[in-house]
Design a protein around this ligand. Structure first.
Ligand code: NAI
Length: 327
């Protein structure tokens, strides 16, 4: 199959190229958008990532160009208009699980860094400043952690936090029998006021859009730590900024941001940031932002390439049953 890979980076090529045959991959840097869609001409497959735009006009044009399969090389698919894809008869596959540990461990990394001010301590030492004022943290042991979405990543995260001796409250639309007795299930109304840390691991859907908004923040414990490594749209960022300014939100850790498509994955160090909301976020001492890197481990990239190519090969062989299709 001829594959056009949008939003590709050198590390994608590193993992896809050795296993690509008999497929041919055209590695392109631009995101897939209405402006770039014609670059897929001549390909049977487009391989896309989190910030590619797969709305109805783009999918329509892909279909006109003869594209037969959308192969997402990520877990989330909130950027795909599934109804439009279905109507066009354009199958969409994804990588449902590549390394839940990668994302869970990164979330914990942000928690530890925020709590113990590791980012600030690192800078101080480099300035020959060994003072501890302002670096005080808290024991994670005995704290209450709220987990919203206890799927593959949420469960891996829960296991680590239980290891720290935290009490874990879970809110999920589906209860997992394996977690019963280890965590406490809760409604959001029960979860907001009692958690010291709240970590988001649910998908972005209309039901979860801006789940963390002004009303929810108001109900949280003062000084709460919010962690979002799932999707930017789960958080109403201006509302969280107001919470940070008032002290209602004590710490914020983000690996994703609602408007990240214009920022993340690129070196913009010679440019002026145009997004004032994002720029404000980076001024707080108690905020850590990473640029959608939670997935970025060797193991995860190897699995992403393996599953994406297996999906494409299964499609070429006509065996839909062997594909991880988005239904
Ligand atoms: P999963 O499908 O295994 O788990 C999602 C969980 O959320 C399920 O248990 C589901 O029942 C629950 N859920 C669905 N709607 C909900 C709602 N309204 N309220 C509460 N819970 C709800 O997905 P997985 O693999 O754990 O991934 C979770 C999310 O993490 C993905 O949707 C994706 O957005 C994000 N992600 C972020 C990455 C990063 O690099 N930052 C990498 C991979 C995934």
């Amino acid at each position: 199959m001829r594959i056009t890979m949008f939003s590709s980076k050198p590390y994608d090529r590193l993992f896809f190229a050795p296993a690509a045959a008999p497929n041919e991959i055209l590695y392109l840097e631009p995101h897939l958008t209405e402006k770039t869609v014609d670059l897929a001409a001549g390909s049977e497959v487009v391989c896309c990532f989190v910030n590619d735009v797969l709305n109805a006009p783009v999918l329509n044009r892909l279909k006109e160009l003869g594209v037969q399969l959308v192969a997402m090389r990520c877990a989330g698919y909130n950027n795909v208009d599934l109804a439009a894809a279905k109507q066009l008869g354009l199958p969409v596959c994804r990588v449902p699980e590549y390394s839940p540990y990668a994302v869970a461990e990164h979330s914990v990394g942000i928690i530890l860094a925020l709590n113990r001010n590791i980012h600030r301590a690192h800078n101080r030492i480099r300035e020959n400043d060994y003072s501890l004022n302002g670096l005080m943290g808290f024991d994670l042991h005995g704290k209450t952690v709220g987990v919203i979405g206890a799927g593959k990543i949420g469960r891996a995260f829960i296991n680590i936090m239980l290891g720290f001796g935290c009490k874990v409250l879970v809110h999920d639309v589906n209860a997992d029998p394996a977690l019963v007795g280890r965590v406490q299930y809760a409604t959001l109304e029960e979860l907001w006021p009692v958690c010291d840390i709240i970590s988001l691991h649910c998908p972005l859907t209309p039901a979860t859009h801006h789940l963390i908004n002004a009303e929810a923040i108001e109900k949280m414990k003062r000084g709460v730590m919010l962690i979002n490594t799932s999707r930017g749209g789960l958080v109403d960022t201006p509302a969280v900024i107001r919470g940070l300014k008032s002290g209602q939100v004590g710490y914020l850790g983000l690996d994703v941001y609602e408007e990240e498509a214009d920022l993340f994955f690129e070196d913009l160090s010679n440019q002026v940031v145009q997004d004032d909301v994002f720029a404000r976020l980076t001024t707080f001492p108690n905020v850590i932002v990473t640029g959608h890197q939670a997935f970025f481990t060797r193991e995860a990239l190897a699995k992403i390439a393996e599953v994406t190519l297996a999906n494409i090969n299964a499609f070429a062989a006509g065996s839909a049953a062997d594909m991880t299709l988005v239904e």
